[in-house]
Ligand binder design. Structure first.
Ligand code: UDP
Length: 483
């Protein structure tokens, strides 16, 4: 690519899910802090959900634009408002959703024609984006929202015959740095046979290989063997520039980086300020995993029986008017746990909570953003994965890094998640919060958190990779940098 003397301009085009859009906004801020003009392309609905987060990122004078393209939900048979992956409730709709995302190719092409960015960072869920960028002679970088370990496993899985995989005989993934065995029930059914979703996964993997390279929201020291494997064995060019959320320095920026919070950030801070260090467990399952009332009831009972202080974030689908929205709470629960337990219904300022000194554990579905946020905050985890990369992230946390205990689920479940009884929840919550083993995990987590923070400051592995990427693209910083 030619070195540009005018200001460079990157288009960011994230997948339509909160877990992909949030780190991309962080990433846009990071590149903007290096003097590069950035533009986030998304649907009007998603841009409006995150308008506050984008606005705050602009406050420091960083150039972050937005451009909207219409999402053809109705055209593919989805309800008008269905513009984000967390709103998809069944496989049939997932296929329609992916069909609608494929229809974004033309409008994206139009925007590139009009605005002439000199680089396109597009999500792995848009395999066709490599072709679009090629038509304009600009590099397409991939962002997949996950880490090296999970992408390495996926690339191997994609090439293996999965038709005979059983639950009782785990499948050994060959040539990985650790022994990696995956039971059949952790592989989605659509991967075990020819299917539209499998073909989509294969075309995404191919476009990852044929793109200019991959931006990974991770840092070298958390998965060195897999960063090397991905680059040197799988031969995919990649730069790790994370944890990207660490670009936020102010508490207000951390609190506002997602959707509008369902609790006032100051109120939450005050509640945590009144607690002793490492005495509160935070319980949250990201933006996509939602449990039914029976499972929520088990979580409530388990938290109560554990005797631990907690913040529990509950996300539920809208119910009909005649149905009560509170059937999932045991009678008198909030009264009984008053002062020691806080239930947040909706969206929580997660980074602000995890970074508070009072938080000493995290029950998580192991979404990569949540995992990285907990690692950076030095908080050990109870792992309760459901789907996507979450089982691989669990393995990293519990078996490789030794900073978590599993709740004991093993079934891949895109909708609903595997059930866990209150007695098990009580046991693992105590295990991560009290005792010698808990202290050891916390101490390891804190050390890793320090390494994570160092990786993004001058001389750190992610800092260097970001600068290396910018230099390679020939993008010149024109404004003062953040650090
Ligand atoms: N998040 C948040 N508040 C919530 C739920 C989620 O701030 O109540 C943020 C969380 O900090 C993370 C992202 O949303 O950055 C969720 O991404 P993750 O990869 O953990 O899970 P996903 O939602 O994609 O399953």
């Amino acid at each position: 690519m030619d070195t540009k003397t005018s200001q460079s301009h990157i288009f960011f085009f994230p997948y339509l899910s909160h877990g992909h859009i949030i780190p991309v906004i962080d990433m846009a801020k990071l590149f903007a802090s290096k003097g590069i003009k950035t533009t986030i392309v998304s649907t009007p609905h998603n841009l409006s959900l995150f308008s506050k987060a984008i606005e705050r990122s602009r406050v420091s004078g960083f150039e972050i634009g937005v451009l909207a393209i219409k999402f053809p939900a109705v055209e593919v048979g989805l309800p008008e408002g269905c513009q984000s992956a967390h709103m998809v409730k069944k496989y049939e709709d997932l296929q329609k959703f992916l069909k609608a995302t494929a229809m974004l190719e033309q409008p994206l092409e139009q925007l590139i024609k009009q605005h002439r960015p000199n680089c396109l960072v597009a999500d792995i869920y848009f395999p066709w984006a490599t072709g679009v960028a090629a038509r304009f002679g600009i590099p397409r970088l991939v962002f997949h929202g996950t880490n090296f370990i999970s992408q390495s496993v996926s690339h191997h899985l994609m090439k293996m015959d999965l038709t005979q995989v059983s639950d009782s005989e785990p499948l050994l993934i060959p040539n990985l740095p650790h022994e990696f065995k995956i039971p059949g029930n952790q592989i989605p059914e659509f991967m075990k046979q020819e299917s539209e979703l499998k073909r989509f996964g294969q075309s995404a993997a191919e476009s990852e290989r044929s793109s200019y390279g991959v931006i990974v929201n991770s840092f070298y020291e958390i998965e060195p063997a897999y960063a090397d494997h991905y680059r040197n064995v799988l031969g995919i060019k990649a730069w790790h520039i994370g944890p990207t959320f660490l670009c936020h320095k102010e508490i207000e920026d951390k609190a506002q980086r997602g959707l509008a919070n369902s609790i006032d950030g100051h109120e939450c801070q005050k509640w945590l300020d009144s607690k002793k260090p490492s005495s509160v467990i935070y319980v949250s399952f990201g933006s996509m995993v939602k449990f039914d009332d029976a499972q929520l009831m088990e979580i409530a009972l388990g938290l109560e029986a554990s005797g631990q202080q907690f913040i529990w974030v509950v996300k539920k689908d809208e119910k009909n008017d005649h149905e009560s929205n509170e059937d999932w709470l045991p009678e008198g629960f909030e009264k009984r746990v008053e002062g020691r337990g806080l239930v947040i219904r909706g969206w929580a300022p997660q980074v602000q909570i995890l970074e508070h000194v009072a938080v000493g554990g995290f029950v998580t579905h192991c979404g990569w953003n949540s995992t990285l946020e907990a690692v950076s905050a030095g908080v050990p985890m109870v792992t309760w994965p459901a789907f996507a990369d979450q089982f691989h992230n669990e393995k990293l946390v519990t078996q490789i890094l030794g900073i978590g205990v599993g709740v004991g689920v093993s079934n891949w479940a895109r909708f609903g998640g595997e059930k866990v009884k209150s007695e098990t929840i009580e046991k693992v919550v105590k295990q991560i919060m009290v005792g010698e083993e808990a202290e050891e995990m916390r101490s390891r987590a804190k050390k890793l958190g320090e390494v994570a923070r160092k990786s993004v400051v001058e001389g750190g592995s992610s800092y260097n990779d970001l600068n290396g990427l910018i230099a390679e693209l020939g993008i010149l910083p024109l404004l003062p940098t953040l650090n």
